[in-house]
Design a protein around this ligand. Structure first.
Ligand SMILES: Cc1ncc(COP(=O)(O)O)c(C=O)c1O
Length: 404
């Protein structure tokens, strides 16, 4: 596959920029920007509320977007796809609405040492609030889940097993179906953080075997502020609302209220219609390229970058072998602090992430305060890898000079 850089106005306008931070957020193609602009120019009104044609159009655009994104993720029933602000809100929604209704003192919640804080802290806080115990799955030396340990943690007391499909910090791809099977064997929920999988390879919710799957639009060429939670209908229906207000009610009496049907029960307030429309355009864009093609493009760049960086004295790469990783390359360089390293790379137009990647429990397990992370997407090509390697050489000479 050829790089799609020309589709992205920001990148097309900055030929010397090497954007290697797509695991944090992706750039936006013109088709997404155009779709959002067109929505506001032609169809904008508050959906669900007006008895006039324009509002009906806005409602239709919102519903069409839901159906389009549901198709992309292999969700048969679009009403089971709730729009949220992103993965963080989706995971907080389950931990709060389902968790407070279902987790009790003495119960156990299982998470992993690989999680982003968005799939760790909500469960930690739920456990603390309800008097439940948080159990944390160990990792292997190369940053995979220790599945024997995971199996030993999942017991009759387990109510939830929460884990990511792909680690944002290391790129580790986890065996979702197997983990879901372990959870279901004891009647626990399987909650999958899909923030780093939906953008990068084909995902079919109906085949993953999980109960919930969360994702963020801005990591898959869509706008910020939109994402979603896909869930099993029976669980969503039994769950109490997450937030209260407009659209989510059926009747409001003075002393009580009843709730709207799915998905509205779990989407209080005026929704982000332009965001949904933009995300629908994004998934169409990704499907036009082909998710398999995207996955192999990223894998080729990851392989190349891993080979080139492995040949540099002082580089330490974290995570499993390339075949078990998505397009994420996490590394340190000698004793250069990753923040300093990122600043020097930036001076050569190379954007990488440096820090704990919102995964402090993982950094403690790796026994490093931080790493630098390069991540690849549809607009990257070999020239970005060349630029990274050349900027690392600059970093070496700058720090060698500073040492003298
Ligand atoms: C694995 C993972 N989970 C959750 C999140 C949180 O996503 P958001 O900030 O879009 O809610 C991220 C974002 O970096 C992530 O990579």
């Amino acid at each position: 596959m050829k790089s799609r850089r020309a589709d992205f106005p920001l990148l097309a306008a900055s030929p010397s920029l090497h954007y290697l931070d797509s695991a944090a957020t992706t750039q936006k193609p013109a088709v997404v920007l155009d779709a959002m602009r067109s929505y506001y120019e032609h169809d904008n009104a508050n959906p669900h509320r007006g008895a006039y044609a324009l509002s009906v159009r806005a409602t239709d655009r919102y519903q069409d977007a839901r159906e389009r994104i549901a198709r992309f993720l292999g969700v048969r029933d679009p009403s089971c796809l709730l729009f949220t602000r992103g993965t963080t809100e989706a995971l907080n929604l389950i931990a709060t609405a389902w968790g407070h209704a279902n987790v009790r003192a003495g119960d156990e919640i299982v998470v992993t040492g690989l999680e982003h804080h968005a799939n760790f802290v909500p469960w930690q806080q739920l456990a603390l609030g309800m008097g439940a115990a948080l159990r944390i799955c160990r990792l292997t030396a190369d940053g995979r889940l220790d599945l024997d340990h995971l199996a030993s943690l999942i017991t009759a007391r387990t109510r939830v097993v929460a884990f990511n499909h792909v680690s944002n910090a290391l790129g580790t791809i986890n065996p979702v179906r197997e983990i879901a099977r372990l959870a279901h064997a004891v009647g626990a929920l399987a909650v999958c953080d899909g923030a780093q999988s939906a953008p990068h390879f084909p995902v079919r919710f109906d085949e993953l075997g999980v109960d919930f799957y969360a994702f963020s639009g801005h990591k898959m060429c869509g706008p910020m502020g939109i994402g979603g939670l896909v869930g099993r209908r029976d669980i969503l229906e039994a769950m109490p609302p997450y937030q209260f207000g407009g659209d989510m009610i059926e009747f409001v009496h003075d002393d009580r209220s009843t709730w709207n049907v799915l998905p509205h029960k779990l989407e209080a307030g005026t929704p982000n219609v332009a965001g949904a429309v933009g995300l629908a355009a994004a998934v169409e864009y990704l499907e036009d390229i082909g998710l398999d093609a995207i996955a192999s493009h990223e894998r080729a760049l990851l392989r190349l970058a891993t080979e080139r960086l492995s040949a540099i004295d002082g580089i330490r790469i974290f995570g499993p072998p390339v075949e078990q990783r998505s397009g994420v390359l996490s590394f340190t360089y000698g004793d250069i602090h990753p923040h300093d390293l990122a600043s020097i790379l930036d001076s050569e137009g190379v954007c990488v992430r440096a820090g704990h990647h919102c995964a402090q429990p993982l950094m403690r397990r790796l026994e490093v305060p931080a790493t630098a992370r390069a991540s690849f997407y549809v607009y990257n090509d070999e020239s970005d890898v060349d630029a990274l390697v050349s900027a690392l050489a600059t970093a070496r000479s700058v720090f060698a000079l500073a040492e003298r």
